[in-house]
Design a protein around this ligand. Structure first.
Ligand SMILES: [Zn+2]
Length: 426
């Protein structure tokens, strides 16, 4: 099987490069969700010509969806001749904004020095193209396969996936019996298998005060000074405590093997937007911060929240006139597929075959669409595996290596075969 499959992938190298470049030329920038429909249709028409059943699913009513920026997803399915499991390759088609500092056209799909350049080359149009080429080569060389193969291009991953995988999962696209195994070709490096991600809790904390004239602050009560007390307590107690928490999860990079918290934003006092150049003359009666707490499999969400609430409650007891409100904005539990799960085992075998060594197993510091497949679809045989160097994602002059894409296409095709037919007997 490998004797015909791998040459069929090698023979498609130019096609793989052209496909990646074509995908990059759709400026699917999110927000606002530009060019989703033409990009989805490009993928859908290609797969339809190769015999796939193609569906376009617009996530109506999800954040950002409107007639100017429709949230258009594409799902393609190819049924084999006999019953069997379904393997699904899911890629997001949206990219983040280009930003500054590019030396090539971010949406030009330029090819040079064995790389394809552009916004999304690495995250993750290269992975999408590699999975399409892997499947097409597989269909040519193993036309009698059992089960079914699906390929999807979904939107809004970069903004939480609500109009993409979450929406489709809510409609049953990522559940048994329709789908059994899911591979997400995110750029985790060609010889690594990503088993899941840390947890996330976002919350907004607001301190309250009393408005007064800025020349007589003793008549008011500064919400910003109260927030200062909160931030001091975080510095003195919370950050050092988080730093001590280590996980058994193989998170990369190394620094993310611990609990972390970012303070995403702080807003206090009267906005200066209404009075450009004029400072606010009042004692601020409100100050808000948004915290982004990333947590580990070993931590429960309840403990994570109570650490913060404990500090706020103590301040309420000890600090005169201190009061606060805390609102949850988002929570995602940590997720880890086990290494002996079928999809992880199959891709590991592919990596051994192509690279002659065992895979490295990793956990992503941030979440990706696997969360929706687990939580909404209740499907747990899911990993991320794809070409591209993780560190290049979202940077200027983003690129994906052509040889890396070819090799990872071989890993995906072999993993696909193992999942559909079961372990080889020879
Ligand atoms: Zn991505």
């Amino acid at each position: 099987m490998i004797a015909t499959l791998f040459p069929a992938i090698d023979a498609r190298t130019d096609e793989l490069v052209a496909l990646t470049a074509d995908l990059i030329r759709f400026p699917t920038v999110n927000p606002p969700g530009e060019a989703y429909t033409p990009c989805a249709e490009y993928i859908g028409e290609r797969l339809r010509r190769r015999g796939f059943e193609v569906e376009y699913i617009r996530a109506e009513g999800t954040p950002g969806d409107n007639d100017r920026y429709p949230r258009t997803n594409i799902v393609a399915r190819f049924d084999g001749r006999t019953p069997g499991p379904t393997v699904h390759f899911n890629s997001h088609i949206d990219v983040v904004e280009a930003g500054e500092g590019w030396t090539v056209d971010p949406f030009g799909g330029e090819v040079k020095n064995g790389r394809v350049y552009g916004r999304g080359a690495c995250d993750m149009k290269g992975g999408l193209a590699a999975s399409i080429i892997a499947v097409e080569a597989y269909l040519q060389t193993s036309p009698d396969f059992p089960g079914a193969i699906e390929i999807s291009g979904t939107v809004d991953e970069e903004s939480g996936g609500f109009g993409g995988v979450a929406y489709l999962a809510g409609k049953g696209y990522f559940s048994r019996p329709r789908v059994d195994h899911v591979i997400i070709p995110e750029p985790l490096n060609k010889d690594r298998i990503c088993l899941g991600h840390r947890g996330v809790w976002w919350a907004e904390i607001e301190t309250r005060g009393k408005i007064a004239h800025g020349s007589m602050p003793f008549l008011g009560d500064s919400a910003i000074r109260h927030m200062g007390a909160v931030l001091n307590a975080f510095e003195d107690e919370l950050f050092p405590a988080l730093d001590q928490k280590q996980t058994r999860m193989p998170v990369v990079p190394e620094g993310a093997k611990r609990s972390t918290m970012n303070i995403n934003s702080i807003h206090g006092g009267q906005t200066e937007d209404f009075y450009p150049g004029l400072p606010a003359p009042n004692v601020p009666d409100s100050c808000r911060v948004v915290i982004d707490r990333r947590f580990l499999l070993e931590e429960s969400i309840d403990v994570v929240k109570s650490e913060v609430r404990g500090i706020l409650e103590r301040l309420k007891r000890d600090r005169p006139r201190f009061d606060y409100e805390m609102r949850d904005l988002m929570e995602v539990l940590p997720l880890m597929t086990e290494r002996d799960a079928p999809v992880a085992t199959a891709i590991a075998e592919g990596i051994r075959e192509v690279f002659g060594r065992d895979p490295e197993y990793v956990i992503s510091p941030g979440t990706y669409d696997q969360k929706h497949i687990a939580r909404i679809g209740h499907l747990h045989d899911c990993i991320a595996y794809g070409p591209g160097i993780l560190d290049l994602a979202h940077q200027a002059d983003e690129w994906v290596g052509i040889a890396d894409m070819v090799e990872s296409a071989k890993v995906m095709a072999l993993g696909l075969d193992l999942l559909l037919r079961g372990p080889r007997r020879n």
